[in-house]
Write a protein that binds this ligand. Structure first.
Ligand code: PRT
Ligand code: ZN
Length: 296
């Protein structure tokens, strides 16, 4: 292989909801990405990887064909495209915890809706015909699907369709268009996808190295380093309160018999509640620190 072939090509969205966060993920994994004159391809200066910047709709195909080793795309787009892709050529390497949204059925506010059966005989506008048809057929509902590439939320007002099936994040777009969500077709988030075709076009060790770093980034997003002092007698109680901490480090405090310092890695989501309980259990000088890098 030449040096050129040893570089990983990674497909990311050029512009849109996932564009910035996709590059940020690799930057947090230590890659220095130069946003050079070539708008289509950004180059990592300190890691053999290049970023192909494209429409998100093209990313599954780029990865399935092996043109790119990896890509970041909404799971909704991947699932929508799967029937068009050659089997066993792409899989989800990691869910990434950003770009969360929900593909929902939404109906005009004035329409009554009790169950999915109420969609029978109606027309539904969507950019996700594959996912919508699957959803309808699993529920034995016969409705017509109107494919639109964008601005789906205006379809009922323009009488292009009765109801819609579209991505929702905050719900503001639905509200602004006199619509309300009534059912969920799919929950989605950004995913790192990987080429899994027969030909291994890219060095596995390079991919494994990058994935390990990404795992480190994802792990640090969730976790905090927590330190406190406590009476040794409260140790068992405190360890029980620290969720997902593995084995905390416990060291004696110089000049304070019976007192120890406890260091542990802790989930951020339970931070405040945990803090209060730790205090009540006898801890003092509790510090919570962000973790900058982590290799598991
Ligand atoms: O140009 P390109 O084809 O690459 O971009 P695109 O316009 O097809 O995609 P883009 O950038 O809109 O979305 C890319 C991906 O981001 C989607 O496939 C989802 O996986 C994810 N994502 C997360 C979202 C949203 N959140 C989201 N809110 N995609 C779209 N939206 C839309 C939503 O449909 C609504 O119209 O944003 C609007 C605002 O949403 P509310 O609910 O906050 O009002
Ligand atoms: Zn798109």
């Amino acid at each position: 292989m030449t040096d050129q072939e040893q570089r990983l090509r990674i497909a990311v969205q050029k512009k849109g909801q996932l564009a910035d966060k996709s590059l940020q993920l690799f930057e947090q994994a230590g890659l220095k990405i130069s946003r050079g004159a070539n708008d289509l391809l950004y180059r990592a200066e300190n890691f053999p990887a290049d970023f192909l910047r494209v429409r998100d709709d093209d990313i599954p195909q780029f990865v399935a064909s092996g043109a790119c080793a990896l890509g970041i795309v909404g799971e909704n787009v991947l699932q929508e495209d799967l029937p068009d892709l050659q089997a066993d050529t792409v899989d989800v390497a990691r869910p990434l915890g950003f770009g969360q949204c929900t593909l929902k059925i939404a109906v005009p506010n004035e329409m009554t809706y009790d169950s999915v059966q109420d969609l029978a005989g109606l027309s539904i506008a969507t950019s996700y015909p594959v996912l919508l048809r699957q959803y309808l057929s699993e529920r034995n509902v016969a409705a017509s699907v109107v494919e639109m590439s964008g601005a789906v939320e205006v379809a009922p007002r323009l009488k292009v369709a009765d109801v819609i099936c579209d991505l929702v994040s905050t719900g503001q777009t639905l509200a602004a268009n006199g619509l309300r969500a009534v059912d969920t077709v799919m929950n989605s988030e950004a995913v790192l996808i990987r080429h899994t075709g027969e030909k291994t076009l890219y060095p596995e060790d390079l991919i494994a190295r990058l994935l390990r770093r990404i795992d480190g980034v994802l792990a640090t997003r969730e976790t905090k380093y927590i330190m406190m002092n406590a009476p040794e007698s409260a140790l068992d109680d405190i360890i029980e309160i620290l969720p997902g901490a593995g084995s905390p480090t416990v060291t004696p405090l110089a000049g304070e018999p019976g007192q120890v310092a406890i260091h542990a890695v802790c989930q951020e989501s339970v931070f405040w509640e945990t803090l209060e309980r730790l205090k009540a259990a006898g801890s003092s000088a509790i510090l919570v620190l962000p973790i900058e890098k982590m290799m598991l």
